[in-house]
Design a protein around this ligand. Structure first.
Ligand code: APR
Length: 243
């Protein structure tokens, strides 16, 4: 069964770690997930970074290496096909909480990485000009936290940690895309991390059709018009079958 897609539609998509599970990458809150294996306060907070920057860099370098070794799956590719189908007359915005870069490697172009990227680094010293813009970095910093060439301070992964704000421009663009969409498609997320978890309410308020694809029903599944339970790599290709 497909979503009866039309080339003039405006589609906003929100993805989470579940869409990359079929590429072999761990999610966060499933059994055996990253937050079961690691203490989130040690590896995903500013305080944890200041306490032990080397540990944080080992954690993110390990995830960098895993993401580089992973391949985009059929779900990533199905979304990229949808983007190409809509590009002439419709609108397509892919909002991802994922930092693994698999959407772009799977062919997606208009991607909003609301939680940053494993493959970007910036200076952790707020007084340093190199803390304002992140740069592409695929190095594995396993032997200690790298230092800034400008100020000598610590470099950090350009991801959003718990207790930190999202980039307001990126969040605004995400909200605008959801405010004007006909279809809001959510894939592979437990829907518990704000402010991104609030996007489904934005979609409902403006009357968009909301569709969820998830392995299990998350807490907020009742907010959606339609719920398709299953693995994204199996469900999305048929759900997004193009006319
Ligand atoms: N296909 C579809 N959904 C899946 C699959 C799959 N193959 N495997 C797992 N899922 C679902 C799970 O049922 C779960 O609801 O994906 C969801 C993953 O939830 P989380 O692990 O909480 O990941 P996510 O929602 O992306 O977390 C949001 O929390 O820790 C922060 O910054 C981190 O971006 C992350 C945010």
């Amino acid at each position: 069964m497909s979503l009866a897609l039309r080339p003039d539609m405006s589609v906003a998509v929100l993805t989470g770690a579940g869409i990359s599970a079929d590429s072999g990458l761990a999610t966060f809150r499933d059994s055996g997930g990253l937050w079961e294996q690691h203490d989130v306060t040690q590896v995903a907070t500013p305080e944890g970074f200041l306490r032990d920057p080397d540990l944080v860099w080992r954690f993110y370098s390990h995830r960098r290496r895993q993401a580089m070794a992973a391949d985009p799956n059929a779900a990533h590719r199905a979304l990229a096909s949808l983007e190409r189908f809509l590009e002439s007359r419709g609108r397509f915005t892919l909002i991802t909480q994922n930092v693994d870069g698999l959407h772009q490697r799977g062919g997606a172009r208009n991607v909003l990485e609301v939680h940053g990227s494993l493959f970007r680094t910036r200076c952790a010293n707020p007084a340093c000009p190199r803390s304002k813009t992140a740069w592409q970095d695929e190095e594995l910093h396993l032997d200690g936290a790298p230092r800034c060439g400008e100020c000598g301070g610590l470099l950090r992964p350009a991801v959003v940690w718990f207790g930190e704000h999202l980039d307001p421009e990126v969040l605004f663009a995400a909200e605008q895309a959801v405010k004007r969409c006909d279809l809001f498609l959510v894939v592979g997320t437990s829907g518990v991390v704000w402010p991104v978890a609030g996007l489904i309410l934005v979609a409902r308020d403006q009357g968009a059709r909301s569709v969820l694809v998830n392995l299990e029903p998350p807490e907020n599944h009742r907010y959606f018009d339609e719920v398709h339970l299953g693995r994204a790599a199996e469900v999305l290709p048929s759900l997004l079958a193009l006319p």
